[in-house]
Design a protein around this ligand. Structure first.
Ligand SMILES: Cc1ncc(COP(=O)(O)OP(=O)(O)O)c(N)n1
Ligand SMILES: Cc1nc(C(=O)O)sc1CCOP(=O)(O)O
Ligand SMILES: [Mg+2]
Length: 207
């Protein structure tokens, strides 16, 4: 599957009180994938918010991805992103079907990416590349790894971790297809600024 562009990821704390308006502002600017990332155990709220995002994504023809939760993704008929401890890929592919987008966190490990490809992942994610306020403790990854990944893998490559408009260009130059961003997109003072940033991220990927 050809996937290229901005991969916007929600953050429930950062977006408190402006959740849908900021997400819609990002979609206005152009979002290839939108991930609903909520680490709480409030299942009723998670279902409500995920349904609202699914409806919004349908209006903007954007693909919705649920973080961590394959059951919720199956319920809404959308994609899922799985980390190394979020459950196995093959049964998730069987659950969601051949057309679903399934992403896999591979940190800085090509062997994990090769395995994810064999088990049916749609894209692989490497990170973190820079300091991240959202997930400061995530393991780090280098641009060299991206070069090797580009040579070895035939799947879309996603980069994550502290990505901003000021530091994203080298990632694209080293073969990244998807720029996954929380703070560098949604940590803005206004909806207009979110839209501007989304457009600018997409411009970076037009090479
Ligand atoms: C696009 C993308 N890449 C990596 C992650 C991180 O997934 P994971 O390691 O499971 O950590 P959590 O996000 O669940 O805290 C991601 N969510 N999205
Ligand atoms: C959710 C997540 N996973 C990471 C990884 O490296 O696997 S970094 C990260 C946080 C991304 O948010 P921000 O763009 O604000 O840094
Ligand atoms: Mg996870």
């Amino acid at each position: 599957m050809k996937l290229r562009g901005l991969y916007a990821i929600t953050d429930s704390q950062l977006l408190a009180g402006k959740f849908l308006s900021y997400v819609e502002a990002a979609l206005e600017g152009g979002v290839t994938l939108l991930q609903y990332r909520d680490k709480s155990s409030d299942e009723a709220r998670r279902l409500r918010e995920a349904e609202a995002l699914r409806d919004l994504c349908e209006r903007y023809k954007t693909r919705l991805i649920i973080n961590d939760d394959a059951e919720l993704a199956a319920r809404l008929n959308v994609g899922v992103h799985l980390g190394q401890t979020d459950g196995p890929l093959s049964p998730t592919r069987a659950l969601l079907g051949s057309k679903a987008i399934i992403g896999s966190t591979c940190h800085a490990q090509l062997d994990l990416a090769e395995q994810a490809a064999r088990e049916g992942a749609t894209y692989v994610a490497f990170g973190r590349f820079f300091n991240s306020t959202t997930k400061p403790g995530a393991p780090t990854c280098s641009l060299d790894l991206l070069d090797q990944a580009r040579k070895q893998l035939h799947l879309p490559i996603c980069a994550i971790g502290g990505i901003t408009l000021d530091n994203a260009a080298p990632l694209v130059a080293h073969g990244v297809d998807l720029l996954a961003v929380v703070h560098g997109l949604f940590g803005a003072q206004s909806t207009a600024e979110v839209t501007r940033r989304a457009r600018a991220f997409n411009e970076l990927l037009k090479i």
